[in-house]
Design a binder for this molecule. Sequence first.
Ligand code: SF4
Length: 324
Amino acid sequence: MTRALPTAASLYERVQRVIPSIEWPAFTGDIDAILALKRERNAVILAHNCQTPEIFHCVADIVGDSLALARKATAVDADIIVLAGVHFMAETAKLLNPGKTVLIPDLGAGCSLADSITASDVPLMRQRYPGAPIVTYVNTSAAVKAESDICCTSGNALAVVESLGAPRVIMLPDEYLARNIAAQTKVEIIAWKGHCEVHERFSPADIRELREAHPGVTVLAHPECPPEVVAEADFAGSTAAMSDYVGRHKPARVVLITECSMSDNVAVEHPDVDFVRPCNLCPHMKRITLAKIRAALEENRHMVTIDPGVADRARRALERMLAV
Ligand code: SF4
C-alpha cells in the first residue's frame, strides 16, 4: 500500500488504539523529521508487517510481508530505499534495485533463520541429493540465495515448490515451513534444521490454553510455527495472508500466532475485531526504531552492498520466484 505523507499531528488518530497517548509525544519529533527527510532526499521507507505501529502506520510508504516488499521493491521510484525490517530484506531490496541506495537503519537487525545456514552448506545439500532443485526461503543471505535455484516466501512456498515439476525438492533453511509445505503437496521435501526464534516458541498447549481462556477465538498461525501448532490453528498463512483473512472473515475475536507487532498493525485496520495478543517479540525487527530511521536518512547509513558476482546469481533466484 502506498500512502501520501501527512504530518505527525494528523497521524495519532490512526494509531491511538495501539499507542498510549502518554507515549505519543516521544515519537512526534522523529516522525516529522523523517517525513521531511523523505521528501528532501527522494527516499521511500519499506516496512515489514512486524514493525512497530509508529513506523508501520506513520512513516512507511510501502508495507507488507517479505513477498510484498520484494515485489513492490521492483517498482520503487526513488533514489533511496530505507528498509525498516531485517538485513536479508534490505539485501533483497538491493538485489532488485541495484542502481539505488538501500539503507538498513541497524546493521545488527539479523534473523535466526538467515543465520542458520551459510553459502557453503548449500552445495553440500546439492551433492547429498543429486538432481533435487533447491528452494531457498527469502529469509537468507544473498550469498545463500546465490547458491540456490529459486527463492520462496511463506506466501508462495507451495506454488514455488509445485512449479518445479520435480518429485523431490530441497527447502532451506526453515524446517517448519518445509514440513508445513510437505503436508500440502505430493512432492517429497528435504528440510534443513533452521528455525525462527519467534515462531518456534509457540506450542500446541499455548493454542489450547488460548481457546480455553477466550472461547470462540479464531486462531491464525504463521507457517514458520511447528506443524503441531499449525494443526491446532483455524488457518495458516503468511503475515499478509493472516491480515487478508481478518479483513475477509471479520472474526469477532482473533489471535495471530506470530510476532506481536503484527497484531497491533492489523488491529489498527480493523477496530471492530477483538484481538487477543500473546506477545513473542522479534529482537531483530525491534532494533529498528524511528530514531535510527531518522539517523539513516540524515547520515546515509548503513548502506547495503553485495558482491556483484553473488548479486547476479542471487537476483536470478529471486526473479525466478517473482515469475511464479
Ligand atoms: S520474526 Fe523470525 S523470521 Fe522474522 S526476522 Fe525475526 S527471527 Fe527472522
